[in-house]
Ligand binder design. Structure first.
Ligand code: SGN
Ligand code: CA
Length: 507
Protein backbone atom coordinates (compact mmCIF):
# COMPACT_ATOMS: atom_id res chain seq x y z
CA UNK A 1 0.00 0.00 0.00
CA UNK A 2 1.28 3.41 -0.96
CA UNK A 3 1.38 5.94 1.85
CA UNK A 4 1.72 9.66 1.44
CA UNK A 5 4.17 11.17 3.91
CA UNK A 6 2.04 14.24 4.55
CA UNK A 7 -1.16 12.25 5.06
CA UNK A 8 0.51 9.82 7.44
CA UNK A 9 2.12 12.70 9.33
CA UNK A 10 -1.30 14.27 9.73
CA UNK A 11 -2.78 10.97 10.84
CA UNK A 12 -0.01 10.54 13.40
CA UNK A 13 -0.58 14.05 14.67
CA UNK A 14 -4.30 13.35 14.97
CA UNK A 15 -3.50 10.12 16.82
CA UNK A 16 -1.17 11.92 19.23
CA UNK A 17 -3.79 14.60 19.81
CA UNK A 18 -6.44 11.95 20.35
CA UNK A 19 -4.27 10.33 22.98
CA UNK A 20 -3.87 13.61 24.78
CA UNK A 21 -7.55 13.75 25.48
CA UNK A 22 -7.82 12.25 28.96
CA UNK A 23 -9.04 8.76 29.61
CA UNK A 24 -11.85 8.51 32.15
CA UNK A 25 -12.14 5.68 34.65
CA UNK A 26 -15.47 6.10 36.36
CA UNK A 27 -15.88 3.87 39.40
CA UNK A 28 -19.38 3.85 40.83
CA UNK A 29 -20.39 1.66 43.73
CA UNK A 30 -23.86 0.77 44.82
CA UNK A 31 -24.86 2.27 48.17
CA UNK A 32 -21.35 3.08 49.43
CA UNK A 33 -21.77 6.04 51.71
CA UNK A 34 -19.21 8.59 52.90
CA UNK A 35 -19.79 7.72 56.58
CA UNK A 36 -17.92 4.50 55.69
CA UNK A 37 -14.93 6.15 53.99
CA UNK A 38 -12.05 7.22 56.21
CA UNK A 39 -11.11 10.18 54.00
CA UNK A 40 -14.45 11.80 54.92
CA UNK A 41 -13.61 11.48 58.64
CA UNK A 42 -15.24 9.59 61.52
CA UNK A 43 -15.51 6.32 59.59
CA UNK A 44 -15.36 3.20 61.77
CA UNK A 45 -13.61 1.38 58.90
CA UNK A 46 -10.39 2.31 57.12
CA UNK A 47 -10.43 2.76 53.33
CA UNK A 48 -6.73 3.45 52.59
CA UNK A 49 -6.98 3.14 48.82
CA UNK A 50 -9.86 5.59 48.60
CA UNK A 51 -8.06 7.92 50.98
CA UNK A 52 -5.11 7.91 48.63
CA UNK A 53 -7.28 9.09 45.73
CA UNK A 54 -8.56 11.89 47.98
CA UNK A 55 -4.99 12.81 49.02
CA UNK A 56 -3.67 12.87 45.48
CA UNK A 57 -6.74 14.51 44.01
CA UNK A 58 -9.90 16.21 45.20
CA UNK A 59 -12.64 15.22 47.63
CA UNK A 60 -16.06 16.82 47.17
CA UNK A 61 -17.71 17.42 50.53
CA UNK A 62 -20.99 18.79 49.13
CA UNK A 63 -21.77 16.15 46.51
CA UNK A 64 -25.38 15.09 45.96
CA UNK A 65 -27.67 13.02 43.79
CA UNK A 66 -30.84 14.26 42.10
CA UNK A 67 -32.91 11.17 43.03
CA UNK A 68 -31.55 8.79 45.66
CA UNK A 69 -32.19 5.42 44.02
CA UNK A 70 -30.10 3.23 41.75
CA UNK A 71 -31.74 3.30 38.30
CA UNK A 72 -32.77 6.96 38.46
CA UNK A 73 -29.35 8.03 39.72
CA UNK A 74 -27.62 6.12 36.91
CA UNK A 75 -29.94 7.69 34.34
CA UNK A 76 -29.16 11.19 35.71
CA UNK A 77 -25.45 10.46 35.49
CA UNK A 78 -25.62 9.11 31.91
CA UNK A 79 -27.78 11.93 30.54
CA UNK A 80 -26.86 14.95 32.66
CA UNK A 81 -30.59 15.50 33.13
CA UNK A 82 -33.07 15.26 36.00
CA UNK A 83 -35.40 12.24 36.17
CA UNK A 84 -38.42 13.98 34.63
CA UNK A 85 -36.32 14.71 31.53
CA UNK A 86 -34.51 11.38 31.10
CA UNK A 87 -37.73 9.52 31.86
CA UNK A 88 -36.35 7.01 34.37
CA UNK A 89 -38.00 8.16 37.59
CA UNK A 90 -38.07 4.90 39.59
CA UNK A 91 -36.71 1.34 39.66
CA UNK A 92 -40.05 -0.42 39.80
CA UNK A 93 -41.73 0.81 36.64
CA UNK A 94 -38.89 2.23 34.65
CA UNK A 95 -37.23 1.11 31.41
CA UNK A 96 -34.42 3.43 30.34
CA UNK A 97 -35.03 4.81 26.87
CA UNK A 98 -31.71 3.89 25.29
CA UNK A 99 -32.47 5.83 22.11
CA UNK A 100 -31.95 9.16 23.88
CA UNK A 101 -28.79 11.26 23.93
CA UNK A 102 -26.29 10.05 26.54
CA UNK A 103 -22.79 11.09 27.52
CA UNK A 104 -21.20 7.75 26.48
CA UNK A 105 -22.83 8.10 23.04
CA UNK A 106 -21.47 11.63 22.63
CA UNK A 107 -17.99 10.56 23.71
CA UNK A 108 -18.08 7.59 21.39
CA UNK A 109 -19.05 9.77 18.45
CA UNK A 110 -16.05 11.95 19.30
CA UNK A 111 -13.67 9.01 19.04
CA UNK A 112 -13.65 7.64 22.59
CA UNK A 113 -13.81 3.92 23.25
CA UNK A 114 -16.61 3.25 25.69
CA UNK A 115 -17.00 0.28 28.01
CA UNK A 116 -19.32 -0.63 30.87
CA UNK A 117 -18.66 -3.40 33.39
CA UNK A 118 -20.85 -4.44 36.33
CA UNK A 119 -24.24 -3.24 37.55
CA UNK A 120 -26.40 -1.58 34.92
CA UNK A 121 -29.92 -1.85 36.38
CA UNK A 122 -31.66 0.23 33.71
CA UNK A 123 -33.64 -2.72 32.29
CA UNK A 124 -33.14 -1.90 28.59
CA UNK A 125 -30.05 -3.11 26.70
CA UNK A 126 -27.13 -0.68 27.17
CA UNK A 127 -26.57 1.66 24.22
CA UNK A 128 -23.53 3.78 23.42
CA UNK A 129 -20.92 1.25 24.53
CA UNK A 130 -18.30 -0.48 22.38
CA UNK A 131 -18.21 -3.16 25.02
CA UNK A 132 -20.36 -4.14 27.96
CA UNK A 133 -20.44 -6.98 30.45
CA UNK A 134 -23.20 -6.46 32.98
CA UNK A 135 -24.83 -8.11 35.97
CA UNK A 136 -28.43 -9.31 35.76
CA UNK A 137 -30.61 -6.70 37.53
CA UNK A 138 -29.16 -6.13 40.99
CA UNK A 139 -26.58 -8.86 40.39
CA UNK A 140 -25.26 -11.48 42.79
CA UNK A 141 -22.31 -11.36 45.17
CA UNK A 142 -21.20 -14.97 44.77
CA UNK A 143 -20.47 -16.53 41.37
CA UNK A 144 -22.59 -13.89 39.64
CA UNK A 145 -24.20 -14.23 36.21
CA UNK A 146 -23.03 -11.72 33.59
CA UNK A 147 -24.75 -10.67 30.38
CA UNK A 148 -22.14 -10.17 27.67
CA UNK A 149 -22.46 -7.76 24.77
CA UNK A 150 -23.10 -10.60 22.30
CA UNK A 151 -26.29 -11.34 24.25
CA UNK A 152 -24.99 -14.53 25.87
CA UNK A 153 -24.88 -15.10 29.62
CA UNK A 154 -22.51 -17.00 31.88
CA UNK A 155 -21.83 -17.57 35.55
CA UNK A 156 -18.41 -16.21 36.51
CA UNK A 157 -16.57 -17.79 39.40
CA UNK A 158 -15.62 -15.62 42.33
CA UNK A 159 -16.74 -12.59 44.31
CA UNK A 160 -18.47 -9.86 42.29
CA UNK A 161 -16.18 -6.98 43.32
CA UNK A 162 -13.07 -8.95 42.36
CA UNK A 163 -14.60 -10.07 39.06
CA UNK A 164 -15.71 -6.58 38.04
CA UNK A 165 -12.18 -5.31 38.72
CA UNK A 166 -10.58 -8.20 36.79
CA UNK A 167 -12.85 -7.59 33.82
CA UNK A 168 -12.10 -3.85 33.91
CA UNK A 169 -8.35 -4.46 33.85
CA UNK A 170 -8.71 -7.05 31.09
CA UNK A 171 -10.67 -4.61 28.98
CA UNK A 172 -8.06 -1.87 29.43
CA UNK A 173 -5.35 -4.37 28.45
CA UNK A 174 -6.96 -5.25 25.15
CA UNK A 175 -8.38 -1.83 24.20
CA UNK A 176 -7.17 0.13 21.17
CA UNK A 177 -4.31 2.06 22.77
CA UNK A 178 -4.37 4.78 20.11
CA UNK A 179 -7.69 6.12 21.27
CA UNK A 180 -8.83 7.67 24.54
CA UNK A 181 -11.43 5.75 26.50
CA UNK A 182 -14.10 5.98 29.15
CA UNK A 183 -14.58 2.91 31.31
CA UNK A 184 -17.57 2.64 33.63
CA UNK A 185 -16.73 0.31 36.53
CA UNK A 186 -20.07 -0.25 38.25
CA UNK A 187 -19.82 -2.31 41.42
CA UNK A 188 -22.63 -4.16 43.08
CA UNK A 189 -21.01 -3.64 46.48
CA UNK A 190 -22.14 -2.45 49.03
CA UNK A 191 -25.78 -3.17 48.16
CA UNK A 192 -28.08 -5.18 50.40
CA UNK A 193 -27.77 -8.00 51.54
CA UNK A 194 -24.05 -7.33 52.12
CA UNK A 195 -22.74 -10.88 51.60
CA UNK A 196 -19.11 -10.97 52.72
CA UNK A 197 -16.10 -11.92 50.63
CA UNK A 198 -14.51 -15.15 51.90
CA UNK A 199 -11.23 -13.51 52.93
CA UNK A 200 -13.10 -11.16 55.26
CA UNK A 201 -15.71 -13.63 56.51
CA UNK A 202 -14.51 -13.20 60.10
CA UNK A 203 -13.20 -9.63 59.88
CA UNK A 204 -14.59 -6.87 62.15
CA UNK A 205 -16.24 -9.46 64.41
CA UNK A 206 -14.64 -8.10 67.57
CA UNK A 207 -15.29 -4.48 66.58
CA UNK A 208 -18.16 -2.67 68.24
CA UNK A 209 -19.60 0.09 66.05
CA UNK A 210 -20.83 3.31 67.69
CA UNK A 211 -24.50 4.20 67.32
CA UNK A 212 -25.20 7.50 65.55
CA UNK A 213 -26.54 10.08 68.02
CA UNK A 214 -30.00 10.14 66.41
CA UNK A 215 -30.40 6.37 66.21
CA UNK A 216 -33.46 6.37 68.50
CA UNK A 217 -35.24 9.12 66.54
CA UNK A 218 -39.01 9.28 67.21
CA UNK A 219 -39.75 11.29 64.00
CA UNK A 220 -41.73 13.94 65.82
CA UNK A 221 -42.94 16.64 63.42
CA UNK A 222 -41.93 14.57 60.41
CA UNK A 223 -44.85 12.54 59.12
CA UNK A 224 -43.11 10.95 56.12
CA UNK A 225 -40.09 10.00 58.21
CA UNK A 226 -42.44 8.25 60.64
CA UNK A 227 -44.15 6.30 57.82
CA UNK A 228 -41.07 4.71 56.17
CA UNK A 229 -40.21 0.99 56.36
CA UNK A 230 -36.44 1.02 56.67
CA UNK A 231 -35.89 0.69 60.40
CA UNK A 232 -33.14 -1.51 61.74
CA UNK A 233 -35.39 -2.16 64.76
CA UNK A 234 -38.24 -3.58 62.67
CA UNK A 235 -38.23 -7.29 61.86
CA UNK A 236 -40.29 -6.53 58.77
CA UNK A 237 -37.88 -3.91 57.42
CA UNK A 238 -34.55 -5.48 58.43
CA UNK A 239 -34.96 -9.24 58.23
CA UNK A 240 -33.04 -11.31 60.78
CA UNK A 241 -32.31 -14.07 58.26
CA UNK A 242 -31.85 -12.19 54.99
CA UNK A 243 -30.16 -9.07 56.33
CA UNK A 244 -28.51 -10.28 59.50
CA UNK A 245 -27.80 -13.85 58.37
CA UNK A 246 -29.04 -15.52 61.55
CA UNK A 247 -30.50 -18.72 60.17
CA UNK A 248 -31.49 -22.10 61.62
CA UNK A 249 -32.67 -24.83 59.31
CA UNK A 250 -36.41 -24.40 58.91
CA UNK A 251 -36.52 -20.71 59.88
CA UNK A 252 -38.98 -19.03 57.59
CA UNK A 253 -39.00 -15.27 57.33
CA UNK A 254 -40.27 -13.18 54.42
CA UNK A 255 -36.87 -13.26 52.75
CA UNK A 256 -35.40 -16.61 53.76
CA UNK A 257 -35.66 -18.12 50.28
CA UNK A 258 -33.81 -15.19 48.73
CA UNK A 259 -31.08 -15.49 51.33
CA UNK A 260 -30.59 -19.23 50.76
CA UNK A 261 -30.59 -18.81 46.99
CA UNK A 262 -27.83 -16.20 47.19
CA UNK A 263 -25.67 -18.17 49.63
CA UNK A 264 -26.15 -21.44 47.76
CA UNK A 265 -24.43 -19.92 44.74
CA UNK A 266 -21.21 -20.55 46.66
CA UNK A 267 -19.29 -23.66 45.74
CA UNK A 268 -17.31 -25.92 48.06
CA UNK A 269 -15.22 -25.41 50.12
CA UNK A 270 -16.52 -21.82 50.46
CA UNK A 271 -20.07 -22.89 51.11
CA UNK A 272 -19.03 -24.99 54.11
CA UNK A 273 -16.82 -22.19 55.39
CA UNK A 274 -19.72 -19.76 55.09
CA UNK A 275 -22.12 -22.00 56.99
CA UNK A 276 -19.61 -22.94 59.70
CA UNK A 277 -19.18 -19.30 60.54
CA UNK A 278 -22.84 -18.30 60.27
CA UNK A 279 -24.02 -21.40 62.15
CA UNK A 280 -21.77 -20.36 65.02
CA UNK A 281 -23.26 -16.83 64.95
CA UNK A 282 -26.75 -18.33 64.96
CA UNK A 283 -25.97 -20.58 67.94
CA UNK A 284 -24.61 -17.61 69.90
CA UNK A 285 -27.65 -15.54 68.97
CA UNK A 286 -30.13 -18.14 70.20
CA UNK A 287 -28.08 -18.76 73.36
CA UNK A 288 -28.62 -15.08 74.21
CA UNK A 289 -32.04 -14.57 72.55
CA UNK A 290 -31.88 -10.76 72.72
CA UNK A 291 -35.20 -8.93 72.62
CA UNK A 292 -36.38 -5.30 72.46
CA UNK A 293 -33.58 -2.73 72.34
CA UNK A 294 -30.93 -5.43 72.84
CA UNK A 295 -32.16 -7.15 69.67
CA UNK A 296 -32.02 -3.87 67.75
CA UNK A 297 -28.48 -3.26 69.00
CA UNK A 298 -27.52 -6.77 67.94
CA UNK A 299 -28.95 -6.22 64.43
CA UNK A 300 -27.15 -2.88 64.15
CA UNK A 301 -23.79 -4.49 64.96
CA UNK A 302 -24.36 -7.30 62.46
CA UNK A 303 -25.40 -4.78 59.80
CA UNK A 304 -22.31 -2.65 60.36
CA UNK A 305 -19.96 -5.64 60.36
CA UNK A 306 -21.32 -7.07 57.11
CA UNK A 307 -21.24 -3.66 55.43
CA UNK A 308 -17.65 -3.17 56.64
CA UNK A 309 -16.53 -6.54 55.19
CA UNK A 310 -18.03 -5.69 51.80
CA UNK A 311 -16.49 -2.19 51.89
CA UNK A 312 -13.01 -3.49 52.67
CA UNK A 313 -12.98 -5.65 49.56
CA UNK A 314 -14.22 -2.68 47.55
CA UNK A 315 -11.33 -0.60 48.81
CA UNK A 316 -8.84 -3.40 48.03
CA UNK A 317 -10.16 -3.62 44.50
CA UNK A 318 -9.99 0.13 43.92
CA UNK A 319 -6.37 -0.16 45.03
CA UNK A 320 -5.80 -2.93 42.50
CA UNK A 321 -7.27 -0.85 39.68
CA UNK A 322 -5.18 2.19 40.69
CA UNK A 323 -2.03 0.01 40.79
CA UNK A 324 -2.75 -1.05 37.23
CA UNK A 325 -3.13 2.55 36.04
CA UNK A 326 0.04 3.55 37.91
CA UNK A 327 2.10 0.64 36.59
CA UNK A 328 1.02 1.38 33.04
CA UNK A 329 1.92 5.05 33.44
CA UNK A 330 -1.65 6.08 32.69
CA UNK A 331 -2.42 8.26 35.70
CA UNK A 332 -1.09 11.50 34.19
CA UNK A 333 -3.60 11.32 31.41
CA UNK A 334 -6.55 9.75 33.21
CA UNK A 335 -9.39 11.20 35.23
CA UNK A 336 -10.32 8.68 37.94
CA UNK A 337 -13.71 9.22 39.54
CA UNK A 338 -14.96 7.41 42.63
CA UNK A 339 -18.60 7.83 43.52
CA UNK A 340 -21.75 5.91 44.46
CA UNK A 341 -25.27 5.85 43.05
CA UNK A 342 -26.36 7.49 46.32
CA UNK A 343 -25.54 7.66 50.02
CA UNK A 344 -26.94 5.33 52.67
CA UNK A 345 -28.09 5.34 56.28
CA UNK A 346 -25.72 3.66 58.67
CA UNK A 347 -28.19 3.82 61.56
CA UNK A 348 -28.90 7.59 61.35
CA UNK A 349 -32.58 8.06 62.27
CA UNK A 350 -32.53 4.32 63.10
CA UNK A 351 -32.38 3.44 59.38
CA UNK A 352 -30.68 1.53 56.62
CA UNK A 353 -31.42 2.18 52.87
CA UNK A 354 -31.69 5.63 51.24
CA UNK A 355 -34.39 7.43 49.13
CA UNK A 356 -34.97 10.46 51.38
CA UNK A 357 -33.76 13.95 50.59
CA UNK A 358 -32.20 14.01 54.07
CA UNK A 359 -28.44 14.39 54.09
CA UNK A 360 -27.11 10.84 54.40
CA UNK A 361 -28.92 9.62 51.29
CA UNK A 362 -28.98 12.76 49.14
CA UNK A 363 -25.25 13.08 49.70
CA UNK A 364 -22.99 10.80 47.69
CA UNK A 365 -19.22 10.34 47.95
CA UNK A 366 -17.19 11.92 45.16
CA UNK A 367 -13.43 11.71 44.76
CA UNK A 368 -11.43 12.56 41.67
CA UNK A 369 -7.82 12.01 40.75
CA UNK A 370 -7.19 14.59 38.07
CA UNK A 371 -5.17 14.32 34.87
CA UNK A 372 -2.32 16.77 34.38
CA UNK A 373 -3.46 20.29 33.59
CA UNK A 374 -6.01 20.32 36.41
CA UNK A 375 -4.49 22.01 39.45
CA UNK A 376 -7.22 21.76 42.11
CA UNK A 377 -6.37 19.63 45.17
CA UNK A 378 -7.92 18.80 48.52
CA UNK A 379 -11.45 19.48 49.69
CA UNK A 380 -13.93 20.99 47.24
CA UNK A 381 -16.78 22.60 49.17
CA UNK A 382 -18.97 23.78 46.28
CA UNK A 383 -22.31 22.02 45.78
CA UNK A 384 -22.25 19.50 42.95
CA UNK A 385 -24.75 16.92 41.72
CA UNK A 386 -24.63 13.73 39.67
CA UNK A 387 -26.20 15.50 36.65
CA UNK A 388 -22.89 17.40 36.47
CA UNK A 389 -20.78 14.36 35.57
CA UNK A 390 -21.88 14.23 31.92
CA UNK A 391 -21.02 17.85 31.07
CA UNK A 392 -17.76 17.56 33.02
CA UNK A 393 -16.57 14.53 31.08
CA UNK A 394 -17.67 16.06 27.79
CA UNK A 395 -15.79 19.29 28.44
CA UNK A 396 -12.66 17.42 29.52
CA UNK A 397 -12.84 15.42 26.30
CA UNK A 398 -13.22 18.57 24.23
CA UNK A 399 -16.77 17.71 23.18
CA UNK A 400 -19.36 20.46 22.96
CA UNK A 401 -21.96 20.24 25.75
CA UNK A 402 -25.47 20.01 24.25
CA UNK A 403 -27.74 22.82 25.43
CA UNK A 404 -30.41 20.46 26.79
CA UNK A 405 -28.03 19.04 29.42
CA UNK A 406 -29.14 20.33 32.83
CA UNK A 407 -26.01 19.68 34.85
CA UNK A 408 -23.06 22.04 34.80
CA UNK A 409 -19.46 21.19 34.02
CA UNK A 410 -17.20 20.93 37.06
CA UNK A 411 -14.15 21.89 35.00
CA UNK A 412 -14.08 25.46 36.44
CA UNK A 413 -13.79 23.89 39.91
CA UNK A 414 -10.92 21.69 38.83
CA UNK A 415 -8.72 23.80 36.58
CA UNK A 416 -7.21 26.16 39.15
CA UNK A 417 -6.15 25.34 42.65
CA UNK A 418 -8.69 27.74 44.09
CA UNK A 419 -12.47 27.93 44.15
CA UNK A 420 -14.15 30.05 41.47
CA UNK A 421 -15.87 33.19 42.76
CA UNK A 422 -19.29 32.27 41.43
CA UNK A 423 -20.92 28.88 41.80
CA UNK A 424 -24.47 27.55 41.94
CA UNK A 425 -26.44 28.34 45.09
CA UNK A 426 -29.15 25.66 45.07
CA UNK A 427 -29.91 22.08 44.07
CA UNK A 428 -33.15 20.41 43.00
CA UNK A 429 -34.12 16.91 44.16
CA UNK A 430 -37.07 14.63 43.34
CA UNK A 431 -37.89 11.10 44.55
CA UNK A 432 -40.80 9.24 42.93
CA UNK A 433 -40.81 5.56 43.95
CA UNK A 434 -43.95 5.24 46.09
CA UNK A 435 -45.81 3.14 47.06
CA UNK A 436 -42.92 0.70 47.03
CA UNK A 437 -40.45 -1.20 49.16
CA UNK A 438 -39.37 0.90 52.19
CA UNK A 439 -42.40 3.15 51.74
CA UNK A 440 -40.65 6.49 51.40
CA UNK A 441 -43.23 8.96 50.19
CA UNK A 442 -42.81 10.98 47.01
CA UNK A 443 -41.08 14.26 47.56
CA UNK A 444 -39.12 17.05 45.95
CA UNK A 445 -37.26 20.03 47.27
CA UNK A 446 -34.42 22.49 47.22
CA UNK A 447 -31.13 22.42 49.09
CA UNK A 448 -28.95 25.46 49.58
CA UNK A 449 -25.65 25.52 51.44
CA UNK A 450 -27.53 26.08 54.70
CA UNK A 451 -31.20 25.14 54.29
CA UNK A 452 -33.41 22.45 52.89
CA UNK A 453 -37.06 22.72 51.91
CA UNK A 454 -38.92 19.47 51.16
CA UNK A 455 -42.47 18.79 50.00
CA UNK A 456 -43.86 15.28 50.56
CA UNK A 457 -46.87 14.69 48.30
CA UNK A 458 -49.11 12.03 46.72
CA UNK A 459 -51.03 10.52 49.66
CA UNK A 460 -49.66 13.20 52.00
CA UNK A 461 -49.15 16.97 51.79
CA UNK A 462 -46.37 17.91 54.17
CA UNK A 463 -43.67 20.54 54.03
CA UNK A 464 -40.41 20.35 55.94
CA UNK A 465 -37.67 22.90 56.44
CA UNK A 466 -34.27 22.26 58.00
CA UNK A 467 -31.52 24.58 59.10
CA UNK A 468 -28.46 22.42 58.46
CA UNK A 469 -26.23 24.78 60.39
CA UNK A 470 -28.09 24.49 63.69
CA UNK A 471 -29.59 21.04 63.00
CA UNK A 472 -27.23 18.99 60.80
CA UNK A 473 -29.00 15.72 61.66
CA UNK A 474 -32.36 17.10 60.44
CA UNK A 475 -34.33 16.36 63.59
CA UNK A 476 -36.27 19.63 63.84
CA UNK A 477 -38.69 20.59 61.13
CA UNK A 478 -38.92 24.37 61.41
CA UNK A 479 -41.34 24.89 58.54
CA UNK A 480 -43.97 26.35 60.88
CA UNK A 481 -41.51 28.20 63.11
CA UNK A 482 -42.27 31.95 62.70
CA UNK A 483 -38.61 32.85 63.10
CA UNK A 484 -37.95 31.05 59.79
CA UNK A 485 -40.82 32.75 57.90
CA UNK A 486 -38.53 34.88 55.76
CA UNK A 487 -36.21 32.00 54.94
CA UNK A 488 -39.17 29.79 54.14
CA UNK A 489 -40.47 32.36 51.67
CA UNK A 490 -37.08 32.66 50.04
CA UNK A 491 -36.73 28.87 49.75
CA UNK A 492 -40.17 28.58 48.14
CA UNK A 493 -39.08 31.15 45.56
CA UNK A 494 -35.80 29.29 44.96
CA UNK A 495 -37.68 26.02 44.51
CA UNK A 496 -40.05 27.59 42.01
CA UNK A 497 -37.16 29.07 40.13
CA UNK A 498 -35.48 25.65 39.88
CA UNK A 499 -38.70 23.99 38.77
CA UNK A 500 -39.15 26.50 36.02
CA UNK A 501 -35.48 26.37 34.96
CA UNK A 502 -35.60 22.55 34.80
CA UNK A 503 -39.08 22.58 33.19
CA UNK A 504 -40.75 20.48 35.87
CA UNK A 505 -44.37 20.06 34.94
CA UNK A 506 -45.54 18.00 37.94
CA UNK A 507 -45.36 20.32 40.96
C1 SGN B 1 -33.76 -3.98 46.51
C2 SGN B 1 -33.57 -4.02 48.03
C3 SGN B 1 -34.03 -2.74 48.68
C4 SGN B 1 -33.43 -1.54 47.98
C5 SGN B 1 -33.76 -1.60 46.50
C6 SGN B 1 -33.25 -0.45 45.68
N1 SGN B 1 -34.29 -5.15 48.60
O1 SGN B 1 -35.11 -4.03 46.18
O2 SGN B 1 -33.68 -2.77 50.04
O3 SGN B 1 -33.92 -0.35 48.51
O4 SGN B 1 -33.19 -2.81 45.98
O5 SGN B 1 -31.85 -0.35 45.76
S1 SGN B 1 -33.68 -6.64 48.45
O6 SGN B 1 -34.52 -7.49 49.30
O7 SGN B 1 -33.77 -7.04 47.06
O8 SGN B 1 -32.32 -6.63 48.90
S2 SGN B 1 -31.08 0.31 44.59
O9 SGN B 1 -29.78 0.74 45.10
O10 SGN B 1 -30.93 -0.67 43.54
O11 SGN B 1 -31.89 1.46 44.17
CA1 CA C 1 -27.94 1.99 45.06
Amino acid sequence: MKTFPLASALLMAAGAQAQQRPNIVYIMTDDHTSQMMSCYGNSPVATPNLDRIAQEGVMFTQSFVANSLSGPSRACMLTGKHSHKNGFTNNEHGVFDGSQQTMPKLLRAAGYQTALIGKWHLVSTPTGFDHYDILVGQGEYYNPTFIHDDGSQSVEKGYCTDIITDKSIQWMEQRDKDKPFILFVHHKACHRDWLPPMQYLRAYESQSFPLPPNFWDNYEGREAAAAQEMCISSSHDMDLVYDNKIYRRGDNTRLTDNYLNYVNRLEEPDRTRYWQFHDSLTREFYAQQPTGRALTMYKFQRYMRDYAKVTRSLDDNVGRLMDYLREKGMLDNTLVVYTSDQGFYMGEHGWFDKRFMYEESMHTPLLMRLPSGYARRGRVEEMVQNIDYSPTFLEMAGVEIPSDIQGISLVPLLKEDKAPRQWRKQLYYHFYEYPAEHMVKRHYGVRTDRYKLIHFYNDIDAWELYDLQTDPMEMHNVYDDPSYAKIRKRLHAQLEQLQSEYEVEER
